[in-house]
Design a protein around this ligand. Sequence first.
Ligand SMILES: Cc1ncc(COP(=O)(O)O)c(C=O)c1O
Length: 389
Amino acid sequence: MNCFNEKTPDDHECLLMMIKKTFQNDYYPNEKLLMIPGPTNLNQKVLKSLSLPLLSHTDPQFYQLLDHIQNGIRYLFQTKNSYTFAITGSATIAMETAICNLLKPGQTLLSLVHGYWGNRVASMGNVWVSIHTYRPNLMYVCHGDSSLGCVQNLHGIGQLCHRYDCLLIVDAVVSLCTTPLAMDQLEIDVVFSGCQKALSGPPGIALISFSDKATEVIKSRSKTYPVSSFYMDINLVAKAWGLDNNDVHTYHYTPAINLLYGLRASIREIINEDLANVIARHQKAKHYLEKRIQNVGLKLLVQESDNRLAGITSVLIPDDIDGNRVIQFMYKKHDILIGGSLLATDPKVPKFWRIGYLGVNADLEKIDRTIESLQEAIQKQRNKFKAHL
Ligand SMILES: Cc1ncc(COP(=O)(O)O)c(C=O)c1O
């Protein structure tokens, strides 16, 4: 029903009727198995935590929650950094926060993006040439590239950046908890991530941590170079989290309190399983999925095993198969969703699916179900084609 396309005597009445009808029942989405690059399915304990009683953001119990979360993120990132926070917003807000707090007008940001055929993984030689050529103040590197399913080796990059007086920002949105990442040891200045990937938590809450070097830059921003965003100004975020002011928490904005419950519950699950075990589970799932894919006659997009990310695997779509129809079949028939390619419109890039197995979905039984459904969808298309011959 569309009130504005119909000739009704009273559009407002019509709209009201339509709205009442739409909202008559509770909203219950069907349960799906999300084998995509994120979001992944929620951990059940995390799901429960989201409906805990709401606290005010000025309640001492809430401040305690902030302390827990700070320590939890330090554990996940393997850091002692004081400036470690969760920010209300998706991981993109953390990316923007890092840049707008650290980059001053006239300075250079280098984003390390390698061509498709290099599988988006840079060698130390390439990194050196880029830094030496552009002399950036900030460099951004994506640790786990979800668009292709590649992992960037970070060893030595932090040290190299610091030799050139450059700060290193690492996107760990999909690599966190799937791949080892020791922020302090690797001399990374900013790491950020999201809750909706391997943490099996809700989307809409981002994790971020700043090294002492980066913190110094943020604190020293004078009135001549104020951070261009109020919401993302880390000086204000730090005050809200009770840092820099003897545990006095200053109002900045109302945080997503229930999502913070969810984040705490997600971190708790990781701590209970142990971070090293969670990473090992993702690595095991990666090898298992790769083997199963190859055993059913499909090919992987990323050639070098060491360059392949755990948590997201790209699989080439055979020439005789319509990849989108496969995705639709799996979703309709088996309630399993796999991802398509973000590069589908680029004619130079072959067609591929992205299969995610993040967080609770890094599970061999779920991978089996996914591969069986994928096989059935492919077979069905081939049978139909044969029947037409
Ligand atoms: C590697 C990577 N970085 C950043 C983002 C952006 O995260 P969000 O969608 O939570 O803003 C994504 C999202 O999938 C991602 O995979």
